[in-house]
Design a protein around this ligand. Structure first.
Ligand SMILES: [Ca+2]
Length: 86
């Protein structure tokens, strides 16, 4: 696999790990998104629920109040932009 394919696979695996915690296995709820951010992005370990809500609203394209894999890709895109600045 190429570096990009491995990165996309890793994104899907992280998504599945957290989206699978409640009954709706293919969506990240706000609580699941918070757990993901806290565990996978160390500087967000103490992120507030209000901050998670603002982030969710920003990436929730279809206004479903939960995050699908494509919407999660938007968040990963913002994260990737931060690395581009380095
Ligand atoms: Ca959504």
């Amino acid at each position: 696999m190429t570096q990009l394919e491995l990165a996309a696979k890793a994104v899907a695996e992280v998504f599945n790990k957290y989206a699978g915690q409640d009954a709706e296995k293919d969506m990240l709820s706000k609580e699941e998104l918070k757990a993901l951010l806290q565990a996978e992005i160390p500087r967000l370990k103490h992120i507030s629920s209000a901050h998670v809500s603002r982030m969710l609203i920003r990436i929730d394209d279809n206004k479903s109040k939960s995050i699908d894999l494509k919407e999660f890709g938007t968040l990963v895109g913002y994260l990737a932009k931060e690395y581009k600045k380095c």
